[in-house]
Write a protein that binds this ligand. Structure first.
Ligand code: R7I
Ligand code: MG
Ligand code: MG
Length: 319
């Protein structure tokens, strides 16, 4: 191996680890603050400096399932991105993971559809039985970032995002949310850790894959808030901070763009914005880690993650 390819490989692995660990870290640090009011910067720093293990929620649990699924499909010799997701198998794997640990904080809709899937209902029927138009929740987006590690270009990442999300989330906005988060992760992986992301330029490719007025308006607001250096509470008021995809993915993007290059600040911003803090911080953390790499996080805090070993294994397989 030449010196150059060794450098490329080690930075690729560091970014893959960063993406997986950033997602888990945002989820774990954000979870205790969900829907809490009056959280301060000092509260979040105290949570980072504590010593007990960091327990994750459904966001990380399902991201690990997707990562393992993608790694397995690639190892089996599938070579086209369209084949990296076997929808029937993936729906079953998500449902089995919920059944094994239903206490990880799953949404009400997916809980009901996972129960139906486990009792034999095909996933396409199960998810429409709960929300006839499909769920608009952020569950497809919260777990999608690993898809950015295997999609070779924007087109492939979009396809993987949609295919992985639609087994639980059929609503167009849930799919747009997954596409937005996955393509943002793809762009963050390609951005040098030493360059900071410029909001206006960064969102341009996202505009192309999100051709609806709602999402384009959200992207405009993300840029405007970043350029005005808005505070987390204000960003949440403008963009939303709830469990819907359109009310959380833009806030995660905004957290990343506001503090790119400083992954811990990205996660803190997402948590201080309140609302669905585990999920917004998980999505923001995945982007920050994909950009800055694993080595940018404090060893103390990543060492406390419950799933640290599995996260390392998944990152190594997908890198
Ligand atoms: O999207 P989903 O997996 O939830 C993810 C969230 C994250 O915050 C996780 O951390 C976890 O806490 O849950 O689960 P869904 O149940 O599909 O959607 C989440 C919620 O969005 C639902 O429980 C509903 O409250 C709401 N929702 C809808 N409400 C009315 N009509 C989603 N779709 C609809 C709808 O069509
Ligand atoms: Mg959660
Ligand atoms: Mg959540």
């Amino acid at each position: 191996m030449t010196e150059m390819s060794e450098t490329i490989d080690s930075s690729r692995l560091d970014k893959a680890r960063g993406l997986m660990f950033g997602l888990a870290l945002g989820d774990c640090l954000g979870a205790p603050f969900e829907d809490r009011t009056e959280v301060t910067h000092a509260d979040v720093v105290a949570a980072e400096n504590a010593t007990e293990p960091l327990v994750h929620t459904d966001d990380t649990a399902l991201a690990l399932v997707l990562a393992r699924h993608l790694a397995h499909r690639i190892t089996e010799g599938n070579t086209r991105a369209g084949e990296y997701v076997d929808a029937d198998v993936l729906a079953r794997e998500f449902a089995e993971t919920w059944e094994a640990e239903p206490w990880r904080g799953y949404g009400g809709g997916v809980t009901r559809s996972f129960r139906l899937i486990m009792s034999g209902t095909p996933w396409r029927e199960a998810i429409r039985a709960v929300f006839p138009e499909g769920s608009f929740g952020n569950g497809g987006a919260m777990r999608v970032a690993p898809a950015a590690l295997v999609g070779g270009d924007v087109r492939e990442v979009v396809e993987l995002a949609r295919r992985s999300a639609e087994v639980t989330h059929a609503h167009a906005d849930a799919l747009h949310g997954a596409v937005c988060q996955a393509v943002a992760a793809h762009l963050a992986l390609r951005l040098s850790p030493t360059d900071s992301a410029r909001a206006r330029e960064f969102v341009e490719p996202l505009r192309e894959v999100l051709p609806t007025p709602l999402w384009r308006e959200k992207l405009d607001l993300v840029v405007e808030l970043c350029e005005r250096e808005a505070e987390p509470g204000h960003a949440a008021e403008v963009l939303g901070n709830d469990v819907s995809a359109s009310g959380s993915v833009p806030l995660a993007l905004s957290s990343f763009l506001r503090h790119s290059g400083r992954p811990e600040e990205v996660i803190r911003f997402a948590i201080l914005a309140g609302g669905d803090t585990d999920t917004v911080a998980a999505m923001a953390g995945a982007l920050a880690g994909a950009h800055s790499g694993y080595t940018a996080f404090s060893p103390h805090v990543v060492g406390r993650l419950e799933a640290a070993e599995r996260l390392h294994r998944c990152a190594e397989r997908l890198a």
